[in-house]
Write a protein that binds this ligand. Structure first.
Ligand SMILES: Cc1cc2nc3c(=O)[nH]c(=O)nc-3n(C[C@H](O)[C@H](O)[C@H](O)COP(=O)(O)OP(=O)(O)OC[C@H]3O[C@@H](n4cnc5c(N)ncnc54)[C@H](O)[C@@H]3O)c2cc1C
Ligand code: FES
Length: 280
């Protein structure tokens, strides 16, 4: 069992959680992820480490409440325990020697972009962060990025915070100005696809952090298959970072929808059963 030490609501649907996990905290590096189960009979879901302390023995992650498991997670409190927490999984993100890097975080992707940007800064890269969200209520970690001291551009689809634009607008401007040597993008698959299309025009190498459906997270089940450069790769053990110009995004997005009906039924059943808050 893994004891919850800290919870914080970052926006309407986004939450941060800190968990006691000293062995894991000693090994984590930016870009890696964990698999957790809320209860003994529950499903395993992957989430990226957003922060950790080897000295104090804790790890943190940030999640968006989208379906059954993340709803259940959002109702847990300090003192409660998670049934399982496995990690660190996946390969760390490459940092250092990249030069001028645009780090793009879309929506809850900011949770992944944050430790990645921090690792790049620590490794001597010159980071410009681009944070995007549908609206101000979904924007997370802006203060943390500012505190890091990187150049920061905030955009929202509706203009309720920062500039009214998609993340690809400032990304394209940086490319046009010849101001970046590399891009790193994490967020919804469609956003990563358009970021990769934008930088491809300028020949700027681009890393994307993919989020295929994962079941075991250790290379055994094959559910996280992605096609990169015409070859089959596993998101969990070969990734999660890949060359954005070589990823087959159309296939990734269609595979992400495979269990849509089961997820809908499961979320509806959870809503029906859940007694942890008043019914609306
Ligand atoms: C390597 C990796 C890192 C991730 N990091 C984060 C993170 O830091 N923060 C965050 O909010 N989300 C992250 N995700 C996505 C997160 O795993 C899903 O949002 C979560 O599993 C949803 O579960 P649910 O039961 O609440 O929703 P469901 O109703 O089950 O699903 C809603 C949507 O979530 C996605 N999803 C569901 N199950 C999985 C699964 N097992 N693997 C991948 N995607 C799934 C699907 O796109 C699905 O349509 C990450 C995914 C991967 C693969
Ligand atoms: S999640 Fe099973 S092989 Fe990657």
């Amino acid at each position: 069992m893994f004891r919850i030490l800290h919870t914080r609501q970052l926006s309407d649907a986004v939450f941060e959680m800190g968990v006691e996990a000293p062995t894991i905290a000693r090994k984590v590096r930016a870009g890696q992820f964990l698999m957790l189960r809320v209860g003994a009979g529950g499903e395993r879901i992957p989430l990226t480490f957003s922060d950790w302390s080897a000295e104090e023995g804790w790890v943190r992650f940030i999640f968006m409440r989208v379906g059954k498991t993340t709803h259940a997670l959002s109702h847990m409190a300090p003192g409660d325990s998670l049934a399982d927490l496995v990690g660190p999984l996946g390969n760390p993100t490459h940092a250092g020697g990249l030069g001028r890097v645009a780090v793009v975080g879309g929506g809850v992707g900011a949770a992944v972009a944050y430790p990645v940007a921090r690792a790049m800064v620590e490794a001597g890269d010159d980071v410009t962060a681009i944070l995007g969200a549908r609206n101000a209520g979904l924007l997370v970690l802006e203060d943390e990025f500012r505190a890091m001291g990187v150049k920061l551009e905030v955009v929202t689809d509706d203009g309720s915070a920062g500039r009214k634009a998609l993340v690809t607008a400032p990304l394209k401007e940086l490319c046009e100005a010849g101001a970046i040597d590399h891009a790193f993008a994490v967020g919804p698959a469609i956003m990563m696809r358009f970021c990769a299309d934008t930088t491809a025009e300028f020949g700027v190498p681009t890393t994307v952090s993919l989020n295929p459906i994962m079941v075991d997270g250790t290379g055994m089940c094959g559910s996280c298959r992605v096609t990169v450069g015409g070859k089959t790769r596993f998101g969990c053990v070969d990734g999660p970072d890949f060359d954005g110009h070589a990823v087959d995004f159309a296939e990734l997005m269609s595979r992400q929808r495979i269990y849509a009906e089961e997820e809908r039924v499961s979320a509806a059943a959870y809503e029906e059963e859940c007694t942890c808050r008043p019914k609306e």
